[in-house]
Design a protein around this ligand. Sequence first.
Ligand code: ADP
Ligand code: MG
Length: 231
Amino acid sequence: MSEAVPDPILYCSKIVRRFHDAERELHVLRGADLAIWPGQSVALIAPSGSGKSTLLQIAGLLEKPDSGEVYINAQGTVELDDDARTRLRRLAIGFVYQSHHLLPEFTALENVMLPQLIRGLGKSEAGKRGSELLSYLGLGERLTHRPSELSGGEQQRVAIARAVANGPSLLLADEPTGNLDPKTSGHVFETLMTLVRVTGLAAIVATHNLELAARMDRRVTIADGLVVELD
Ligand code: ADP
Ligand code: MG
């Protein structure tokens, strides 16, 4: 007998998103579907302006679609109120962006502690978990450095540590290596993939780097407002 297929951690169903400016309507997503399962990595490869960031913002409950539904662990989210969406986002979802968005006046460790403190963890526990995570990502010697004292690759790895500090089940990364040179990109990317392997996290990574995308489990693109599987 075959085993029951588990629920996807994320299922974006028939997502529609339009933007208006003075002259015209921009129909960015036209019924896009995307599902991703625990432990899976998906590369989102599509030209600039095709809707990658829009889709990630909607998948991450930062924006609402005009229509369609976003299921997190089989729970619909569109009808939830803002508080419930925020709680779910903090619990289940981590974000990494092209620029690190670390707080400049805080150390690497403090930046990773912050989301845990916001969630209600005590300082010593948040510190312990934060330093373990940073050490695991090769930043054990950088705990007390401020972002300006770190290299671009190190900053991005701190941002990854911060994104997974609360143990999310879904990581959404929007061109996380877009500002890095190829060698550093490879290193930061490996960090992401190691986390996916070790924690069973699911990750969607928007990227223009085909070499890195080739090392992920699936590749998808956005064409005419729909998500299309690439291989
Ligand atoms: P990508 O991340 O693939 O480069 P985006 O999702 O950022 O694409 O944008 C898709 C299209 O939607 C672009 O043409 C962009 O200008 C437009 N767009 C995105 N956000 C907004 C917004 N808040 N208001 C108006 N247009 C937007
Ligand atoms: Mg974008």
